[in-house]
Design a protein around this ligand. Structure first.
Ligand SMILES: N[C@@H](CCC(=O)N[C@@H](CS)C(=O)NCC(=O)O)C(=O)O
Length: 240
């Protein structure tokens, strides 16, 4: 059975992988959420990061283990999972295009993260709050408009229903997660910018209504967004 390794108390980058597996109803073990006596907790991740498993390993989670194979880097893990469940077109060119979109989404995720940790992850938020306010001001203004404008344009140029090809792909699921996270973290800025991106808003709605996704969102496996994750709600970082 597939094993996902991601920090146990937050959605984080692991959520992009979970959505694919949950959409398809593929069984998987969320290893770090198991109790310690079953090999779980963050210790399971730390062990991988220390190389305490034969073979190569990625620098940081999310990790996906499929037999002997251990993969890292969110867009890469997602691509592997999506191929497994048929959430990516067969065409090699469209697969590369999907990957391009995923890498761009990953860039946006990293920028959203850096609003609350502009000086680095070694410091607490409270110790970089002033810099965070400065950084977030740029993000919630022009930058968010740029991201939304870009993604809206890409979606529109492909017909408005799907990011890649003529069917739902893992890129659409990832966009759902990016938009959900941004709305959680920056409710005012999101409400403002999404006005100019109606196709994105509609795509998010459709993805959330897919059987597997809706069931997952209603399950206890979907942790609420919180202030340990990538998308954090700090009122002082948001603005309309
Ligand atoms: N580019 C990587 C980033 C991975 C990453 O930053 N993982 C975070 C959690 S979301 C982590 O645990 N980082 C630990 C570290 O950087 O030392 C990806 O997309 O998977």
């Amino acid at each position: 059975v597939l094993k996902l390794y991601y920090w146990p108390v937050l959605q984080g980058r692991g959520e992009f992988v979970r959505l694919i597996l949950e959409d398809a109803g593929v069984p998987y073990v969320d290893v770090a959420r198991l109790p310690a006596d079953e090999g779980g907790t963050a210790k399971a991740i730390v062990a991988l990061r220390r190389g305490q498993r034969p073979g190569q390993y990625g620098f940081a989670p999310p990790y996906l283990e499929d037999g002997d194979l251990l993969l890292a880097q969110m867009p890469n893990v997602c691509q592997y999972a999506a191929r497994m469940v048929g959430l990516v077109p067969d065409d090699a060119g469209l697969q590369a295009l999907a990957n391009q979109h995923m890498l761009t989404i990953a860039d946006a995720v990293a920028e959203a993260h850096d609003t609350h940790h502009p000086l680095g992850t070694a410091l607490y938020y409270e110790d970089q709050k002033d810099a965070a306010i400065e950084r977030a001001r740029g993000f919630t203004g022009n930058r968010m408009a740029q991201w939304f404008g870009y993604f809206e344009d890409q979606l529109t140029r492909n017909g408005g229903q799907f990011f890649v090809g003529a069917e739902t792909s893992y890129v659409d699921l990832a966009m759902f997660q990016l938009l959900s996270g941004l709305e959680y973290a920056f409710p005012k800025a999101y409400a403002h910018h999404i006005e100019a991106a109606p196709m994105l808003a509609a795509l998010r709605q459709r993805v959330g209504e897919r059987d597997g996704i809706a069931a997952y969102l209603a399950s206890p496996r979907r942790l609420p967004f919180n202030e340990h994750g990538i998308f954090r709600r700090y009122a002082e970082l948001d603005r309309a």
